[in-house]
Every structure is written in C-alpha cells, then in structure tokens.
Design a protein around this ligand. Structure first.
Ligand code: PGA
Length: 255
C-alpha cells in the first residue's frame, strides 16, 4: 500500500507564504517521482483559498487542523464539519496534542468530533500520544490505547473506515528528538491490535497508522523500515514547498 504523508502547517503562513509554497512545491514535484498519498492541514482562515489554488492538483488533499462536531450554532471562533464539506475540504486533524494541551480538547470532545466527521465521510486524522513524563514512567502504551478507545467510542464499522490514526509522542513534537523506530513499532502494533479487537483483524491490519514528531528528510528512512507504519504527520518539515516535496519523494521509496 502507498505510504501517506500529511503536512501540518499549524498557525504558520500568510497569503504570500502560501503562494511561495505552491510555486516551490510544484516546481519540485514536477521533476520528482512521487509515489505517496499526501495532503496538508492548513489554518482554517485559508482553507477555501488553498482548496482553490490546488484545484488542478487532484493528488493533494486539503485538511483542516480541527473542526467542531456541531453542524452549526453559537460557537464563536469555531468552524463546523459542515463548513469543511462546503469548502470541499477533505478532512481534519482531530485531537492534536497542542489542542489537547492548550485548548482543553477533552477525550469526550475529541470523541464527538471523530463521530461527526467520520459519519459525514470526512477523513479524520486522530492524534494520540503520551507526554514526556508518561514516556519516562513507561506508561506510553496504556496512555495511547486509552486515548484511542475513548476517541473511537461508538464509532461504527461503517464510519471508522474514514479514520486514520497518528501516533505522536508529545515530547517528539517540534523538539528534534525522535523515539527509536522500535519504540514506534511497538506502539503502532498495539494500536493495530486494539483496532482488531474493537472492529476486526482485517481492519486492524489495513487501517492507516501514521507516526508524527520531528520527522524530516534525515530520519524518515529509519521509520520507513517499519512494516507497521503507514506514513507520517509532519509539522516543520512541511512548511517549505521544496522540503515537503523532498519528503514525499523519500516517503515513496523502499527503505
Ligand atoms: P513536527 O510536528 O514535525 O514539527 O514535530 C508534528 C506535528 O505536530 O504534527
């Protein structure tokens, strides 16, 4: 199966940066051999614009970084899953650790968001991951599996096909520090085992499970060697069009 690489722009970029990204990216992929599924998660204010400027590239999937579970309502500052559909956005990241830590996204809210998005055929990149303290206390597996089970509560077989899991240890995000590939392998296998138990073994094998946290062109190959991994969620290395294109090229090669 093709690997998947999703860039997460977080709260970076303005209109001119986006235009520069587009031209650098297109120039770089023109001469590259891209053999991965890919997308970018962009700040909500630019979603419609980015969908529009990439309308001629059917391969790039445009994601939001969060979405509300209600169709509409008095939720100042939020965007709803219905608004994503209206703008032809492909899906959204849900439960990123920055949202959990800084915007109080609880497991219950994350579950409501996963339910709303997946039911409405929006691709849902569900992030799970332990903090440094939890890692040091050697409870990563139980933390991650607990987040996973809570987020998938009541998500039906028919809808879970829209869910992609991103394992992102909080201590690896934006730090330049990465876990050992075998540590990532262990967690991804536990995630697949849990999905097999909650749904079925076939789906446990086939669900996309990404790794995220300080992935770049120098270390991607170490993780590509893992059979368990389906791809990557990438922050800082997705900000420059040429860097992102390089990652996509590397991600499509056999490790
Ligand atoms: P990073 O971010 O690649 O900059 O560590 C990853 C993420 O937050 O998804």
């Amino acid at each position: 199966m093709k690997k998947m690489i999703i860039g997460n722009w977080k709260m970076y970029k303005t209109t001119s940066d986006i235009n520069i990204f587009k031209s650098e990216f297109e120039m770089a992929i023109d001469s590259a051999n891209i053999n991965v599924e890919y997308g970018i998660a962009v700040p909500s204010i630019y979603l419609c614009k980015v969908v529009d400027i990439f309308r001629n590239n059917k391969n790039i999937k445009i994601y939001a970084q969060d979405a509300h579970y209600k169709e509409e309502g008095a939720y100042t500052g939020n965007i709803s899953y219905k608004q994503l559909l209206d703008c032809n956005v492909y899906g959204s990241i849900i439960g990123h650790s920055e949202r959990r830590a800084m915007f109080n996204d609880t497991d219950e809210e994350i579950n409501k968001k996963v339910l709303a998005l997946s039911r409405n055929d929006l691709s849902t990149i569900l992030c799970v991951g332990e903090t440094l303290l939890e890692y040091q206390n050697k409870i990563s597996v139980s933390i991650v599996i607990n987040q996973l089970k809570k987020a998938l509560n009541s998500v039906m077989d028919n809808d879970v096909k829209n869910v992609i899991i991103a394992y992102e240890p909080v201590w690896a995000i934006g730090t330049g520090i990465v876990p050992k590939p075998e540590e990532v392998d262990l967690i991804i296998k536990e995630i697949r085992k849990t999905i097999s138990e909650l749904y079925n073994p076939k789906f446990g094998n086939s669900i996309k499970v990404l790794y995220g946290g300080s992935v770049n062109a120098k270390n991607i190959n170490d993780f590509l060697k893992l059979n368990s991994i389906s791809g990557f969620l990438v922050g800082s290395a997705s900000l420059k069009g040429s860097d992102f294109a390089e990652l996509l090229e590397l991600g499509g090669k056999d490790a």
